[in-house]
Design a protein around this ligand. Structure first.
Ligand code: SF4
Length: 287
């Protein structure tokens, strides 16, 4: 019998790469351990992403900055904020980000896809993922596709982040096959800093990222088999403690989470509103 393909998304692969124990809590243990309360930075990221999706759903003549307050209000996710005052301040900040971001867009540019699912199968993976935006831009030999990922976390991003993102590389690999057009460029659009961090992949660099993803899938399957064969699940899916534990949904269920810095659900947005302080205990998560 042929091996079953490993069905995955970028977040599933990323969860295992970050911490095998978190992967187990998220994708294997049923019932899953209880999660902590919702994070305000996730609410903020979701609100901004949905606003931009709905922006592109408007007719061309309505894609104007004046449309943004209504769009943002309509998609605003309220969970995780400390209080209404903080929520209002973050709403205003998000609106500023969106207003300055859409100034950089030509409303007449119609993306090839907005929150578009792309999927591809390899010998090991059945990959699917939802790209924030897929642009079609002119290239020397005809249209070329570009993967665009919106970011709202405070941390500034550079071309190394775009180059190293497995998710973006897999989207590019899949988009190239779905649309049968070259897709080598990937971009992180960081709304708070109004910067774009981009990278131009090659066929080889995309293949390397795909090979890494396949290695991760093989590791996950091997760990699952080991558990089926009697290995202690805690051993097969070890903890990987680090700065990220403070932001982990399962830190209250995980033995390593007890040592993590406790974060309030609104800590990251509080820091997003505050002036930069490099000594504040590590980067806030990016959404
Ligand atoms: S608290 Fe840390 S070690 Fe535990 S599951 Fe979360 S990320 Fe992994």
């Amino acid at each position: 019998m042929p091996e079953r393909l490993f069905v995955c998304t970028p977040s599933k692969l990323g969860a295992y790469t970050d911490c095998p124990r978190r992967y187990r809590y998220s994708y294997i243990d049923r019932p899953a351990p209880p999660k902590g309360p919702p994070w305000a930075h996730n609410s903020l990221g979701a609100s901004v992403h949905t606003t931009l999706r709905n922006w592109y759903a408007l007719p061309l003549d309505r894609r104007r900055p004046e449309a943004l307050p209504t769009l943002l209000k309509g998609t605003w996710v309220r969970e995780g904020y400390r209080d209404e005052e903080q929520e209002r301040a973050v709403f205003r900040r998000a609106l500023e980000w969106l207003e300055s971001y859409v100034e950089t867009l030509d409303p007449a540019d119609e993306p090839l896809g907005v929150e578009r699912v792309v999927a591809v199968k390899t010998a090991v993976l059945a990959f699917n993922g939802r790209a924030d935006r897929i642009d079609s831009r002119p290239g020397p030999d005809g249209p070329e596709l570009v993967i665009v990922d919106y970011k709202t976390g405070r941390t500034g991003l550079d071309s190394d982040d775009a180059r190293g993102s497995q998710a973006l590389a897999l989207y590019a690999y899949a988009a190239e096959r779905v649309f049968r057009k070259p897709c080598r460029r990937v971009e992180l659009h960081h709304l708070p800093s109004r910067t774009v961090a981009g990278h131009d992949h090659t066929v080889e660099s995309l293949a390397r990222q795909l090979a890494r993803a396949e290695d991760t899938a093989r590791d996950i399957v091997a760990a699952e088999r080991a558990v089926a064969d009697g290995t202690d699940p805690d051993e097969a899916f070890p903890v990987s403690p680090g700065i990220r534990c403070g932001w982990c949904d399962y830190r209250r269920s995980c033995p390593a989470g007890a040592d993590a810095t406790d974060r309030e659900p609104w800590s990251a947005v509080e820091r997003a509103l505050a002036p930069a302080d490099p000594g504040d205990g590590g980067p806030a998560p990016t959404a």
